[in-house]
Structures are given as structure tokens and as C-alpha cells.
Design a binder for this molecule. Structure first.
Ligand code: ATP
Ligand code: MG
Length: 400
């Protein structure tokens, strides 16, 4: 079996009978298609709308499979391009006489059309006017004003989140086919955590099945703060993507500490050439870090971030995805982290002493020397306020 294949693709339903939890919309779609072939419909387009991962795009492929129809997909940028539209519509009409095969025009994720390409929507309305083929439009949210004409000229069919019990049944069925076992409680947790998004649940299931200890998946909660372990997993095991550039924003740790975590764990994932590349990128991140400190040029944070996330992720060979699937137990950067935290503390102590010294008109050195004495005094909130101590400085004082 190909380990890299995603289960969501592998188990994408091919027939309506395999599509779970969408009985009512399925009935509405079948009716629409029947009426269409009997030319009873006033409308030629269907809008399938609803939250992510519930079967909207899949339905287009099911129809094409069951009706033996070909899918012509138009995306937002095709719609902006008049020539392209003509080009696509023309062969649709011509080819029909040759093959007698039905065609479906699919506009997947129409809400990807932004305000700026409004032209795209009127082009779409033209397409609806000028073709006899059924048009399938999918969207997460169709209630924006810009879609009001489109809504009027289409049959709107709503798909809802999938109930967690149905999700769990789908997960159990997939595990059975994969001949894998995961404990019931974990399956329930994955199913509930997906909040109606079956794609998310199947992805979590695949991830859990690849872990030595599938219960580790429970740590990872959707929409919550990303913990450092999940972030490392994404960087080291995943393909580098643009989303990675913001990965560290959701981690509640300073970037310098994140760098230590990355550094500590690089050798666990990369060897040979990959290791050399990763270390090189790490040193580049470090250069920017130093420049930030020296020149207080915060703009460089973007680069530091990019080298650490996308950069390190792209250090792996493109074909090494398979052997990186295995679970890695990442390490906390112990020794260097301690040194670093200690330096942070010394740094805090210095800045506090400086503020105090200025306030009471003594030298900084003396303030540092007498720190243990003045500390008692600095614990008073009024004083902290008066000295304008930062949150970090206050928590340093309180942690001692
Ligand atoms: N109702 C369903 N029954 C069985 N499997 C489903 C169902 N809905 C989604 N899936 C699984 O999730 C995957 C993704 O579904 P699909 O691409 O249809 O989602 P979508 O509704 O188009 O989401 P999006 O809004 O993000 O485009 C499918 O390949 C399939 O594995
Ligand atoms: Mg889709």
C-alpha cells in the first residue's frame, strides 16, 4: 500500500450510497438532475453550500461517476478571463456531438471569488445563460450580497455538518479496511473534535494510526493554540507550505525559545545532506536574530520566522516523506534552554535595577548589588506601577 496516499482521497465516496449523513440534499440533487433531463427545470445551476469537509466537492465527482459525465472545472481566475470562458464553453458544445457524453460544469469554491473580481460573477451568470449543461457550484458561505443574483438563478441546496456518531462510523469502517486498531475512546474524541468536518476527522485518524501511541492525537486540538510538538511535527514531517510562515504565531513561546527547540530536534529528523542544509538555514535564522538584537530592527523577525519554519521544513529531500512518517518523540532543549532562560533572567534583573536606580538616584551597579534587599520593596504593586515595570519584569520578581 502507498503510505503517502491520503485516506480522504482513498476513501472519497464514488456513489451516492457511500456519501454519509446527507440524505436530504442527495434527494434534492437527484430530483434536480431528473427534472433537468426532462427539461422541467427553470434553473440550470445548483449551489451546494455548507461548512468544510462534508461532501460538496465529492458530490460533483459522484454525479460525474453515476451519470457517466465529464467534469469541466472553472476556477475564479478562469472566470475573469473572457477568452478562456469562450474557449471552454465552445469545446463543450462541440464535443458533445462527438462523444454524446454529458458534461457537468463545476465551479468549486465560488466564495474564493473576491470583491475585486466581481466581473467573475457576471461572467458566471453568462455561462449559466449560455450553456445547457448542468452547473454545479460549491461554496462555504453563499449569503454575501455579491452572490444575490447568483442565488436567484440557482437552486440552493444546503449541506450540514455531519453528526459525530456518523463520523465515528465512517472512521471505524476505514480502520477495518486498513486492518488497524484504535481504541474506542480515541475514536470518539477524534469524531467529536472534528465538529462535523469529516475530512478533518479522517485526517486526524490517519495521523493517529501512524503514531506509536495513538492517544497522542488527543493533545492536538483543532482551533486551539498549537503546541510546540505539533509545530515541530508539521515542520519536520510535512511539506513546506505558505501557512507555515505563520505557524509560530499560535505558539505561546518567544521566538528565541522556539529556535532552541528546532535546533535541539533537527538531528532527530535529518541526516547527512538534509542535516547540513537544515543547520545552514538555522544559522541564517540566527544571523537575523542577532541583527534584530543589535539594530533593534524588528522587520527581520519575518525572516527569522521564515527560515525557522518554511526553511527548515524544506531542508528535507522531496522523496523522504515516507521514512519521516514514523513517530518521533521530540526533545525539550534542556541544557541550552536553561542557559538561555538564565540569561533572560539576568537581563530582567538588569532592566529592573536600571529603572530603580534612576528612580532613587543611585548607580545601576549599586542597585544590582543590593537587589536582594530592594526586591522586597519592588514586590509592592504601587511601586511596580510607579517604576513602570513590564509584565515580564513583574513575573520575574514574583517567580523568585
Ligand atoms: N458525506 C461524506 N461521506 C463520506 N465521506 C465524506 C463525506 N464528506 C466528506 N467526506 C470525506 O472528506 C473528504 C473531503 O470531502 P469534500 O472534498 O467533498 O469536502 P467539501 O465539502 O468540498 O469541503 P470544502 O468546503 O473544504 O471544499 C472526502 O474525500 C471524503 O473522504
Ligand atoms: Mg470542496
Amino acid at each position: 500500500m502507498n503510505e503517502k496516499e491520503s485516506w480522504t482521497e482513498k476513501y472519497r465516496p464514488k456513489y451516492f450510497s457511500e456519501l454519509k449523513g446527507q440524505e436530504l440534499p442527495i434527494q434534492q440533487i437527484k430530483e434536480f438532475l431528473n427534472n433537468l433531463s426532462e427539461k422541467k427545470n427553470k434553473k440550470k445551476a445548483i449551489i451546494l453550500h455548507g461548512p468544510p469537509g462534508i461532501g460538496k466537492t465529492t458530490i460533483a465527482y459522484i454525479i460525474s461517476n453515476e451519470k457517466n459525465a465529464e467534469i469541466f472545472e472553472l476556477n475564479a481566475s478562469d472566470l475573469r478571463n473572457n477568452e478562456k470562458i469562450k474557449e471552454i464553453l465552445k469545446p463543450v458544445a462541440e464535443q458533445q456531438s462527438l462523444t454524446k457524453k454529458m458534461k457537468i460544469i463545476l465551479i468549486d469554491e465560488v466564495d474564493g471569488i473576491s470583491e475585486v473580481d466581481r466581473g467573475g460573477i457576471s461572467a458566471l451568470l453568462n455561462v449559466i445563460e449560455s450553456t445547457n449543461y448542468p452547473i454545479l457550484i460549491t461554496a462555504n458561505d453563499i449569503w454575501d450580497k455579491k452572490f444575490s443574483d447568483l442565488r436567484k438563478r440557482s437552486e440552493c441546496i444546503q449541506l450540514k455538518e455531519i453528526n459525530y456518531r456518523i463520523i465515528k462510523d465512517v472512521l471505524i469502517e476505514i480502520l477495518r479496511k486498513e486492518r488497524k486498531f484504535i481504541e474506542n475512546d480515541i475514536l470518539t474524541n477524534i469524531a467529536m473534535n472534528a465538529r462535523g468536518d469529516l475530512r478533518a476527522a479522517i485526517n486526524d485518524l490517519q495521523m493517529a494510526a501512524n503514531l506509536e501511541d495513538p492517544s497522542k492525537i488527543l493533545v492536538y486540538e483543532r482551533d486551539k493554540e498549537t503546541d510546540i510538538f505539533s509545530a515541530l511535527r508539521m515542520i519536520f514531517k510535512g511539506k513546506p507550505t505558505n501557512n507555515m510562515l505563520n505557524l509560530f504565531d499560535s505558539i505561546n513561546k518567544p521566538i528565541d525559545e522556539i529556535m532552541l527547540w528546532v535546533e535541539e530536534n533537527i538531528p532527530l529528523e535529518y541526516q547527512g545532506e538534509e542535516l547540513a542544509r537544515a543547520l545552514d538555514l538555522l544559522s541564517k535564522a540566527d544571523i537575523f536574530k542577532r541583527r534584530i538584537y543589535k539594530q533593534q530592527y524588528w522587520r527581520f523577525l519575518v525572516y527569522e520566522n521564515a527560515f525557522l519554519s518554511y526553511g527548515i521544513s524544506s531542508a528535507k529531500n522531496s522523496n523522504s516523506g515516507i521514512d519521516k512518517k514514523a513517530f518521533t518523540s521530540y526533545k525539550k532543549p534542556t541544557r541550552i534552554l536553561k542557559i538561555w532562560m538564565n540569561n533572560q533572567k539576568v537581563e530582567k534583573k538588569k532592566t529592573i535595577a536600571k529603572k530603580y536606580a534612576k528612580y532613587v538616584h543611585i548607580g545601576e551597579k549599586r542597585a544590582l548589588k543590593e537587589f536582594s534587599i530592594i526586591k522586597q520593596f519592588l514586590l509592592k504593586p504601587e511601586i511596580q506601577k510607579e517604576l513602570k515595570l513590564s509584565e515580564g519584569e513583574i513575573s520575574y520578581l514574583e517567580s523568585k
